[in-house]
Design a protein around this ligand. Sequence first.
Ligand SMILES: *Cc1c(COP(=O)(O)O)cnc(C)c1O
Length: 414
Amino acid sequence: MLANHLISLEERYGAHNYHPLDVVIERASGAWVYDVEGRRYLDFLAAYSAVNQGHCHPAIFKAMCEQAQKVTLTSRAFRNDQLPLLLKDLHELTGFEMALPMNSGAEAVETALKAARKWGETRKGIPAGHTQILVAENNFHGRTISIVGFSSESQYRYGFGPFPSGFDRVPFGDAQALREKITPDTCAFLVEPIQGEAGIIVPPAGYLREVAAICREHNVLLICDEIQSGLGRTGRLFAFMHDEIVPDVVVIGKALSGGFYPVSAMLASREVLGVFSPGDHGSTFGGNPLACAVARAALRVIVDEDLSERSAKLGAYALNRLQRIRSPHVASLRGKGLWIAVDLNSPARPFCEALKERGVLCKETHDTVIRLAPPLTISQEDLDWGLDQIEAVLAPQEDSSVDIDAASRNTVNA
Ligand SMILES: *Cc1c(COP(=O)(O)O)cnc(C)c1O
């Protein structure tokens, strides 16, 4: 079978740093993906929210093809005609004064950390080499050495030290704990408004607003990592908008390209992004014309198709439907917009395997959580069909063929 052949090639010649579901995707369109055997699946992960616009969106595809025929990479040794237009679009859409484009999310986070430290030394007057950056427990900001160095997940750190110093963790959702940890050397607090990889952890209402006030009071930069929560996923353009605040720095990525190309960016005020002088920071591919053309088209889709509003509406509908399911397996439900965590009483992997058999792709996070995050372009009809499958797996009828215990026995654990 072609799928088994491809899987064995990947296992033999590739590093085993992931434990994917054994579905080998060959093509995709909108909310649907197709495997090499011609089976189709409804995508309820959307590449961790990188394809909020749906797979292979025609408008983004068109922009990418048109730009790829003209010029793709200049490096920033020279200027290109797309970067200024993306910067202007980002300013007009988000209100932030300046932006610095990078490629991956982790790179944009690193960029924000560097900017925050330099701001701390040169603007706040923190002695050189003494800046402290606070982060949240159970954070996820990417996989570089400095970022995993302040992770509270031991697997992310194990074997990769030594790590840079100058980072300290505070509990997520506890503004008072943040206040107590701030010192005169604190230059920034880096936080996800809703923690995605931790299992879509929504903090208590008003948390971010309190955090913003504390940061302002102590002249500490508030950096919101909106790489997964941003660009429509939670029912607003950014998750911080639910708290009616404006952070000092925002980091975006993932859906910034609609899944076509790695594009990320740091957004901030002139005071913060102004700390960089020529030579301070850079990236060969960052701000390249292909990335900028793709990102402009991806942003336009989010606006033109009202994806934030769709997320709010469809998310409320989906959560309501899920809440009505009576299942012995479900411990709790939470989420915002079309970003919902189904927290189970037992490992989620067998349920994800059972859903795959029924044509729905989900991925477990943190063992017991199924994360539901379909493309925001998903139709009401497809969403309902996907929820039907989830219901069938979580609350099987007597005559159902789904047998979670059997699926569990067949699962090889990571
Ligand atoms: C995915 C993610 C990142 C890392 O992005 P990469 O493109 O994988 O480097 C950082 N922060 C958050 C919140 C994410 O979800």
